[in-house]
Design a protein around this ligand. Structure first.
Ligand code: PRX
Length: 647
């Protein structure tokens, strides 16, 4: 695997930042990193001391049944307690936990005490509906405070939340609900996006129509100002505000076992079926707490803002659990970055005096395209630290972020991690690591990365591996332990974790992420398995076969190009193209739409019938084709190239 980036400029943090940072300078980072690898159990035991435990652990790490590792076994704790009660006991009750802003400009402010109260009430309402520890609950909400409240209320009583990003379709809801046998769905009548109201309840109704396991649907009213048609089904549906109206404010947090399931979050893999990634209580708690503290260098007077949606792992760890455990104030925003205009984010930073800003490279590229005029004139002097997540950031976007937003003063933490890892794995330490544009740099404490060949030899550029277990690691794939082992632990004989990314190590011992090595594509920071689209296309009566590939995209990072062969004699025209796009919208969600769909009479295959994706990628990128001699029918390629140029 070859890296395309030769960016080698170093950007050290300012001396002011270094002086005040939790981790000051590379020597401090290195000493602590070495300690964390030499004595991981000692390191993770010490890290856990800041948090509340109803009962301490018997062992920090139990590796006796690897890869089913156990962390803090024997302990009892509760994430909602550590996010709320612990901070209130420490005197932070009247501190703002969340400054919320809706897309139309409506606002709400919740102190730690108020958030605690809302969480306790909703937790009591859930209990009153019969919800019990271990029950699975799907949450399909816009970015409103009730999303964080619902997540924390589940954690408080030990119910397992499965948040579904509100851009997913009805079919996606159905698949996730059935896979985890969800008994309850928490949703809203709607949510704002680019000035429009998304009618979420209708999507839920369609999604759960055939799910007998769903007994309860709780609906948050978002559409006061903009009433939404929201039919309620008798005996199944209830309004959130009615349920919380007459319940007690007092709800004791359930004492959870260390390995009790905290949440499921579905993510794409290389098959057509998304995986329910399992995260459990104690290890995730400590890992989300510690990575937040050090990577964002969190201090008592910070105002933090992460622009991700709680529907993705970034929002779970770095809006809800990690950030609230650290007792800081954060901003939560419901809508689009360009509503009512392209200056919305900078207006929010100015208004709330945001000091730490965490966003995705795709957003940065969009801002660059919209032009500097939206930024200039805004007072962004409150910012002291910037972050990126979700996909590789191209050096050009990094430099723009550094100059235009960070005023060449704010360190940028380019954080590499995954749904499965629970939290940051490779990242600069803001008060220590001299950064390089586009580089995730060095491992977090306790994380031991390696770059390997398929057969486990250490190389400079190859496949990323993680050699040691860490507390935030996934504990399984819901209902499918074999798939968990096969996907993540088989590559190097069960010894190391296989994340599915390629990487390169440079002369500073920094690690560069080179993108996925499997058939997973990263579109605007959203993981999409090409097999998911392919299995949707072949459901169409006129489609014989399809192959989907990822290609570079100026704003989204990667875009999807679909190659579709139709059954002989059937028409392939714009009408079919529209039907196929409508199928993707319905089965996955609009965010998974391909950029282009190309039709052909066949796909390039080897003589043994395997589709040659490398050639499809070359065609889709308009490149010179590599070796085509192994193709069964080289004529197919010419036809596709012609199509590509024409369309
Ligand atoms: O390919 C890597 C890419 O996103 C994948 C994980 O996607 P997901 O589970 O949806 O989580 C995204 C948010 C953590 C990884 O396998 N990725 C994530 N962060 C980076 C990245 N690629 C390069 N640089 C990053 N900072």
């Amino acid at each position: 695997m070859e890296s395309v980036s030769h960016e080698n400029r170093l950007f050290p943090p300012t001396s002011e930042f270094v002086e005040n940072a939790h981790i000051s300078g590379m020597d401090a980072y290195k000493a602590m990193y070495v300690k964390s690898l030499e004595d991981p159990e000692g390191f993770w035991a010490e890290a856990a001391q800041d948090l509340h435990w109803f009962k301490p652990w018997d062992s920090v790490l139990d590796a006796s049944n690897a890869p089913f590792y156990k962390w803090y076994d024997g302990s009892r704790t509760n994430l909602s307690y550590n996010c709320l009660d612990r901070n209130i006991e420490a005197g932070l009750g009247n501190k703002v936990a969340i400054h919320w802003e809706g897309e139309p400009g409506d606002t709400r402010e919740l102190t730690y005490k108020q958030l605690h109260l809302e969480v306790c009430r909703f937790a009591n309402a859930l209990k009153a509906r019969g919800l019990q520890k271990g029950d699975r609950v799907a949450i399909y909400l816009p970015m409103i405070p009730e999303l964080a409240i619902a997540v924390l209320a589940c954690a408080r009583i030990g119910a397992v939340h499965s948040v579904i990003f509100a851009g997913f379709s009805a079919d996606s809801i159905r698949d996730r609900v059935l896979d985890s046998e969800t008994c309850m769905v928490i949703t809203g009548d709607g949510g704002y996006r680019r000035g429009k109201m998304l009618e979420l309840k209708k999507i839920v109704d369609e999604g759960v129509a055939s799910c007998a396991c769903v007994k309860d649907v709780i609906v948050v009213k978002r559409g006061d100002e903009h009433p939404v048609d929201c039919p309620m089904q008798d005996g199944r549906d209830s309004w959130y505000h009615e349920l919380v109206a007459d319940v007690s404010d007092d709800c004791t947090a359930e004492e959870m076992e260390a390995e009790d399931l905290l949440f499921l979050l579905y993510t794409s893999g290389t098959t057509g079926k998304p995986k329910g990634i399992m995260h459990t209580t104690a290890g995730y708690q400590v890992f989300s707490y510690l990575t937040s503290k050090y990577v964002f260098d969190l201090k008592a007077d910070d105002v933090y803002w992460c622009t991700a949606d709680v529907g993705w792992i970034t929002g779970h760890t770095y809006i809800v659990y990690g950030i609230l455990q650290n007792g800081v104030t954060q901003v939560m925003y419901e809508g689009a970055p360009n509503h009512p205009d392209e200056g919305r984010f900078w207006e929010i930073i100015e208004k709330y005096k945001v000091s730490i800003f965490y966003t995705a490279p795709t957003a940065i590229r969009a801002f660059m395209k919209w032009g500097d005029k939206w930024v200039t004139g805004r007072d962004l002097s409150s910012l002291r630290l910037l972050g990126t997540v979700g996909e590789p950031i191209n050096p050009e976007a990094w430099i723009w972020y550094h100059k235009m937003i960070g005023a060449e003063r704010c360190p940028i933490v380019d954080t590499w991690w995954q749904t499965e890892t629970g939290g940051h794995m490779l990242t600069p330490m803001p008060g220590a690591t001299p950064t390089k544009p586009g580089c995730a740099t060095t491992p977090f404490f306790g994380i031991e990365p390696a770059i390997l060949t398929d057969d486990g030899k250490e190389v400079e550029a190859g496949i990323l591996a993680i050699k040691k277990p860490w507390p935030g690691m996934l504990r399984g794939i819901y209902g499918d332990p074999q798939r968990f082992k096969d996907t993540y632990w088989c590559k190097w004989g069960g010894k190391y974790y296989f994340p599915g990314d390629g990487a390169r190590r440079d002369e500073h011992d920094y690690i560069w992420i080179l993108g996925r090595v499997d058939d997973v594509v990263n579109v605007s920071g959203h993981r999409i398995g090409t097999a998911e689209l392919e299995s949707v296309f072949v459901e169409h009566k006129d489609v014989a076969e399809s192959a989907v590939v990822g290609v570079p995209h100026e704003i989204k990072g990667q875009g999807l190009i679909a190659f579709v062969t139709v059954i002989e004699g059937r028409d392939h025209d714009d009408h079919l193209r529209k039907e196929l796009i409508a199928m993707i919208d319905k089965s996955i969600g609009k965010f998974a739409r391909p950029e282009r769909i190309l039709f052909s009479s066949d796909l390039p295959k080897t003589r043994s019938g395997k589709i040659m994706r490398r050639i499809l990628r070359d065609i889709a990128e308009g490149k010179e084709l590599g070796n085509t001699t192994t193709l069964a029918d080289p004529g197919v390629v010419e036809e596709l190239q012609e199509q590509f140029l024409k369309s």
